[in-house]
Design a protein around this ligand. Structure first.
Ligand code: SF4
Length: 351
């Protein structure tokens, strides 16, 4: 049967929560289920590490409402020690899917929905989308038999939605593997174009980001949840330098990174480092720099700065005050710049 012509098969109007990443597969899955006459609400879970997402655009294009919820601090802890291990980088896909399904189940109950929809394709991701792990994830989450996978459900055991007659098995596709040809053809047929490109995926699958994450977990510099979440958000920003075990510096690369670091530094427990008499980016430092460290960091920042005269570079260090007592800014004057080879040794994860 044509997967787009199944409406007449439904006896009532069930409601589904569709996990929307902003990518092609989840957009197609939601669109198909909607085309079957089922009410669909999108659910987008945001990463504590930050990610570009097209979920809002997709929901708008599909004309469905969208619930956005943060994965939150608990997800950072999950990534640091996943039960089922990592994929090729720091991507704990099995644990991540179980975690997302747990949140989806809560939303499903709150919204009085009947089942969950995902864009999973058997064999697309080696860790979380092989048949055995798809079933393991379902068993370990509270959603056993409640997850409908329109793109590959024809290859999987029947779900409750089929048993209840809300969805016909003949409408479920049997896409498998890593290719995108069938999905792109279906997107054309359904008039879907707002999804993000396959390359714009999860940061946890990227080598450079994973290097930063390993460094973050092995050198914790946060005193509370707010600092931890804020530092996690800064992992994708700027150039990162591990100067020694208790000092990391992040130097902005663009105006927008300057602005983002400025918005995070206080909540993250960092120090803010700014050029005073030269043009250049700002930086933040995490850890406990001594006077000598500050001179090193000032030299590092001035390496990225420009000024017209020959005089020393003046750099300001600003600390966040956790008490009502204002902290004095500190000015450091430097004349020499650091050698490139020293800087390269400190670098973590070039993105
Ligand atoms: S790729 Fe990223 S978001 Fe997707 S399941 Fe794996 S860890 Fe989670």
């Amino acid at each position: 049967m044509n997967p787009l012509t199944a409406q007449s098969a439904h006896l009532n109007t069930p409601k589904a929560i569709a996990l929307l990443s902003g990518g092609l597969d989840s957009a197609l899955a939601a669109a198909l289920v909607k085309s079957w006459g089922i009410e669909v609400i999108g659910l987008h879970l945001t990463s504590p590490f930050g990610c570009e997402t097209h979920a809002e655009k997709v929901a708008k294009e599909l004309n469905i409402s969208l619930i956005t919820q943060a994965k939150g601090e608990a997800f950072i802890d999950l990534v640091s020690a996943p039960t089922y291990g990592y994929g090729s980088q720091m991507n704990p896909c099995v644990d991540c899917r179980i975690y997302m399904f747990q949140i989806a189940e809560k939303i499903m109950n709150e919204q009085k929905a009947d089942f969950i929809v995902t864009g999973e394709v058997v064999g697309q991701r080696p860790l979380s989308q092989n048949k055995a792990n798809i079933q393991l994830i379902e068993r370990k989450s509270p959603l056993e038999r409640l997850v409908v996978r329109p793109l590959s459900g024809g290859n999987l055991p029947p779900t409750l939605a089929e048993e209840k007659g809300w969805i016909l098995r003949s409408c479920l596709l049997k896409i498998s593997g890593r290719g995108r040809t069938e999905q792109l053809a279906l997107a054309k047929q359904l008039g879907i174009s707002a999804f993000s490109s396959p390359g714009g995926g999860c940061l946890l699958t990227e080598t450079a980001f994973s290097d930063r994450l390993k460094d973050f977990f092995s050198h914790p510099t946060y005193a509370n949840s707010e600092e931890k979440e804020s530092q996690a958000q800064m992992l994708r920003l700027g150039r990162h330098f591990r100067i020694h075990s208790h000092l990391k510096v992040i130097v902005a690369r663009t105006d927008s990174e300057n602005a983002e670091l400025l918005s995070h530094w206080e909540q993250s427990g960092a120090q803010l480092i700014e050029p005073v008499n030269y043009r250049g980016p700002i930086a933040v430092s995490l850890g406990t720099p001594c006077k000598e460290d500050k001179t090193t960091v000032a030299k590092l920042l001035s390496k990225y700065g420009r000024k017209n005269d020959e005089g020393p570079f003046l750099t300001r260090f600003k600390s966040h005050s956790s008490t009502l007592q204002p902290q004095e800014d500190e000015l450091i004057s430097t004349t020499e710049k650091l050698a490139e080879s020293i800087i390269e040794n400190w670098r973590i994860g070039i993105t």
